[in-house]
Structures are given as structure tokens and as C-alpha cells.
Design a binder for this molecule. Structure first.
Ligand code: VGL
Ligand code: ZN
Length: 199
């Protein structure tokens, strides 16, 4: 239906095998994602887009390692290996992703001081990306999400989508997770509990 949009989360080289923050099997979902793109009336992509000295990178915190947690002014933040650096090949969409029909690309994580997992809000859960307003203004009331990673950017996007009043589905077969300290089970529970349809 015309009031539905597909939101494809972070299908970028760095999240696929061989990339800087590779998600296991990240590239295996590309055929499923491409099928969803082909059958969706509106397609939005997100693109993780960090400056080289981004504060979510372990390299910006001397003495800290990737996958450790630090406290930032906006709350807890997992540290990551440097990834999706602006204009790098790692930040490009995977070459097999058929993104031509996408109507909007939302870039996120472009401010050095704050990370952004969700397509809707930065990690302070207050600073909007503009996506909710864009969707509403275009009469879209229902969103389907897929992409990487299930337990971070897909999950936080889905939780914000329901909180913003969108009817929200996640196609789990077209997602892959990082699963850090049980995050996949925890975020799957939170999504279901919040009213996200999981299929
Ligand atoms: C993501 C960690 C850091 C994601 C992005 O796309 O899930 N995860 N940046
Ligand atoms: Zn990132």
C-alpha cells in the first residue's frame, strides 16, 4: 500500500564480511533485502556515516578497547572498531544491494560527540534525524525494517518507530545481529514487548 515504507538499515560494506565491523552473515541477507526493495512502494535507506575521530570509536578513548562500554553525557555507549568513516569504501552500500529505487538516504552518526543507532533519533533519544516528520508529511503510517544489525540499529529504529506511532514490522530473515552480551535476545524481547511485529 502507498502508506507503507521499507527502511533498509545500514547495508554497508563495513557491516558485511571483510568489513571493519562485520556482522556474521551480513551479506547473506542481501537477496531477501533486494526482494523487499522490489516490492515496496517507498524505500528509505540509512547510512552509518562517522567522522574519522568519532566518539563511538575505541580509538578515540586511549586505554579502552572495542566492545567495552563507556559513559557519555547522554548515557552508556558501546565502543566500536572504527567503521563507516565518511566517504570511505567501508561506508558505501554493499555492491549487490539494489538501492536505485530508494527515495531517501538518512545519514546518521555524523556528529563527533554522539552516536546514532536509530534512524529516528540520536543516542540521546532526543535529537531527531528528521525521518519521522518526512514519513508523516508523505502520508506514511506503516514501516517495515530490515538490515544490519538486528540488535543495534534495526532494533533501536523499530522501537523509535512504534513510539512515534508508526505501525512497525521487522523482517528477521532480512536482518543479522551482532549479539554482544546477549543483546540479540534482549532487543528481540524489547521489540516484541513494545508492539513491533516480528516476522
Ligand atoms: C551499528 C554499531 C555501530 C549498526 C552501527 O548498524 O547496527 N552498530 N554502528
Ligand atoms: Zn556506527
Amino acid at each position: 500500500m502507498a502508506d507503507e515504507a521499507l527502511i533498509v538499515i545500514d547495508m554497508q560494506n563495513d557491516f558485511c564480511p571483510g568489513g571493519a565491523l562485520a556482522v556474521d552473515g551480513g551479506d547473506e541477507i542481501i537477496p531477501a533485502v533486494n526482494r523487499l526493495i522490489e516490492t515496496s512502494p517507498h524505500v528509505v535507506l540509512t547510512q552509518d556515516w562517522h567522522p574519522a575521530d568519532h566518539s563511538s570509536f575505541a580509538s578515540s578513548h586511549p586505554g579502552r578497547l572495542a566492545f567495552q562500554t563507556v559513559t557519555m553525557p547522554y548515557g552508556e555507549q558501546t565502543l566500536w572498531p572504527a567503521h563507516c568513516v565518511q566517504a570511505s569504501v567501508g561506508a558505501d552500500f554493499h555492491p549487490s544491494l539494489r538501492w536505485t529505487s530508494a527515495e531517501l538516504v538518512i545519514r546518521k552518526g555524523f556528529r563527533r560527540e554522539i552516536d546514532s543507532y536509530s534512524a529516528f533519533f540520536e543516542n540521546d533519544h532526543r535529537t531527531p534525524t528528521g525521518l519521522a516528520g518526512y514519513l508523516r508529511e508523505r502520508g506514511i503510517s506503516s514501516v517495515t525494517l530490515c538490515g544490519l544489525a538486528t540488535d543495534f540499529c534495526v532494533a533501536f529504529s523499530a522501537l523509535d518507530a512504534v513510539a512515534q506511532g508508526f505501525s512497525t514490522s521487522v523482517v528477521l530473515d532480512a536482518c543479522r545481529g551482532i549479539n554482544l552480551n546477549g543483546s540479540l535476545a534482549a532487543m528481540t524481547f524489547r521489540m516484541r514487548d513494545a508492539g513491533v511485529r516480528l516476522s
